[in-house]
Design a protein around this ligand. Structure first.
Ligand SMILES: [Zn+2]
Length: 114
């Protein structure tokens, strides 16, 4: 039974791969973009703990997996939506890189101080 997206005002179908999210592909990418912006902000502003960084990375790879699974599942998507999926994957990759860099900076700093 196909379900409709739970985002406000959206009537699009939720693909099988996103059943757990209750979102259409478009709104799923929006959620990911927001999460990534949030993770980048937190990483840039504070000394994110190692645990928190691991949490972020787990989230990023989980989101990436869901997105790729849906994109390659045969669910029909417009070219525009495909482009959106690709740009969201890029956001995930860049966010991951961002967190890696900040983790390296932090450990270099610790070595410097300690
Ligand atoms: Zn939607």
């Amino acid at each position: 039974m196909a379900e409709n997206c739970t985002a406000k005002g959206c009537k699009l179908t939720v693909p099988a791969g996103l059943a757990a999210e209750h979102l259409c592909v478009m709104h799923f990418t929006l959620v990911i973009e927001n999460e990534c912006a949030e993770m980048r902000r937190e990483t840039a502003l504070s000394n994110t703990s190692h645990e928190r960084q691991k949490e972020f990375m787990k989230k990023i790879s989980g989101r990436g997996e869901s997105l790729v699974t849906v994109a390659t599942s045969g669910f029909s998507m417009s070219d525009e939506l495909k482009a959106r999926v690709l740009s969201t994957l890029l956001t995930l990759m860049n966010t991951r890189e961002n967190i890696d860099r900040s983790a390296m900076r932090q450990s270099a700093m610790r070595r410097f101080v300690g």
